[in-house]
Design a protein around this ligand. Structure first.
Ligand code: FES
Ligand code: FES
Length: 174
């Protein structure tokens, strides 16, 4: 007899039912209490456009909108988002609200492997919804929590800058 409480070695956890409005659709799923929101989105809801990179709030790959604000879905448990409206890169794409940003990223080669791109776009969308025409320093500052390991940032800043200017002039960037 070791005296060890065997229940402490049992890594199976009771699941919890959570409900969200994801990309405009009501969904419910069963999650472990410690399942992160990014894992829930990817594994339970098959929304794999949201990426898990560092899983510690440093790289920005996991950004989604929660009730209209960008959040790191790796830093939240899914249960913490119960009842919230969540918009992922898939929903933002379907709605067309970032179509000009996506087109400009494509036109300017502002991505290579694309791993960072969903988070970059969520963050750029948030920035342009708060600041109509940010200067390049403000764009760089806004992207300071988004790591890109292969493209470099110049083209990304160029793309966001171009979209901001085009929107202010009343047209799309493309
Ligand atoms: S995976 Fe969330 S910030 Fe890197
Ligand atoms: S495009 Fe590859 S990490 Fe940014």
């Amino acid at each position: 007899m070791s005296g060890l409480d065997e229940t402490l070695l049992d890594d199976t956890e009771a699941t919890v039912r959570v409900r969200f409005v994801v990309n405009g659709r009501k969904v419910a799923c069963e999650v472990a209490p410690r399942e992160t929101l990014v894992d829930c989105l990817r594994n339970e809801l098959e929304l794999t456009g949201t990426h898990a990179g560092c899983e510690m709030g440093a790289c920005g790959a996991c950004l989604v909108q929660l009730d209209g604000r960008a959040v790191h879905s790796c830093l939240m448990y899914a249960v913490q988002a119960d009842g919230a409206r969540i918009d992922t890169i898939e929903g933002l794409t379907e709605s067309g609200v970032i179509a000009d940003l996506q087109a400009e990223f494509h036109r300017r080669n502002a991505l290579q492997c694309g791993f960072c791109t969903p988070g970059m776009l969520v963050n750029a969308h948030e920035l342009l919804s708060q600041v109509a025409e940010p200067n390049r320093e403000e764009i760089r500052d806004a992207l300071s929590g988004n790591y890109c390991r292969c493209t470099g940032y110049e083209a990304i800043v160029d793309a966001i800058d171009a979209v901001a200017k085009a929107r202010c002039e009343g047209g799309g960037a493309t």
